[in-house]
Design a protein around this ligand. Structure first.
Ligand code: IMP
Length: 217
């Protein structure tokens, strides 16, 4: 975005583009994400040759990543979803979560790959892994698109990792800000959370652009 040009946001409000990039910028573009997922899919396909793992995604953030990742895996996989709710923040709850929606199928004896959008402190994931382990699967591995490794509290072995993520709040590609903007195709890093809270519509310019169908005649 050229500094000094103007971007139309929320209705009639205009924000200087230079100001927008102070608040938020593209950290991982859609093409880089696509290429990295292709690589992850190829690696998983090789590692699990002759097996049929079940990919488990944690709603809602992980759903976009799972949708793209599974189409890069050339194995007869199954998928399942879990939905969890935290007791307060991850740190306050020590990662303990309430399972709001459990898996539809038994994972006993299965090879499980937990597909996560982002691992931050690691508290949620380590709790989730202990829950899954108690169901006696053949194996449990993790595939995380983003690894905020500098914030890790609980050591975790992430067998598959998309990108190392800077210590900033990220939005898009399934990750939300107050339940919005999961459909932003790129992953954005927020540099100024106060400015974003004051005007979340600053993210509108990153939504997918749909060209109007030219009218006939
Ligand atoms: P953890 O227990 O601290 O590892 O928290 C992981 C969860 O926190 C992720 O599954 C996300 O739902 C959420 N989360 C952590 N960092 C971000 C972020 O930068 N953007 C959006 N959600 C995040």
């Amino acid at each position: 975005r050229a500094a000094g040009s103007w971007t139309r946001c929320s209705g009639s409000r205009l924000l200087r583009s230079a100001a927008v990039s102070d608040v938020v910028s593209v950290e991982f573009g859609r093409e880089d994400i696509r290429r990295r997922i292709e690589e992850l899919g190829r690696t998983i396909t090789g590692d699990y040759e002759g097996r049929a793992p079940v990919l488990i995604s944690v709603l809602k953030g992980g759903s976009v990543f799972l949708a793209d990742l599974m189409r890069e895996i050339a194995l007869p996989i199954a998928i399942d979803y879990m939905s969890i709710s935290r007791y307060g923040g991850a740190a306050e709850s020590l990662g303990r979560v309430r399972i709001v929606k459990d898996l539809d199928h038994d994972i006993g004896g299965r090879d499980v790959i937990v597909v996560e959008d982002i691992v931050d402190t690691g508290l949620t994931l380590s709790y989730l892994i202990s829950v899954l382990d108690s169901r006696e699967p053949a194996s449990v591995e993790v595939c995380a698109l983003l690894d905020k490794s500098v914030r890790r509290i609980v050591p975790l072995d992430l067998r598959y990792r998309g990108f190392d993520c800077p210590d900033e709040f990220v939005v898009g590609y399934g990750l939300d800000f107050e339940e919005r903007f999961r459909n932003v195709p790129d992953i954005l890093a927020v540099h100024d959370m106060d400015a974003l809270r004051a005007d979340p519509d600053v993210l509108l310019s990153f939504l997918p652009r749909i060209e109007p169908v030219p009218s006939e005649g």
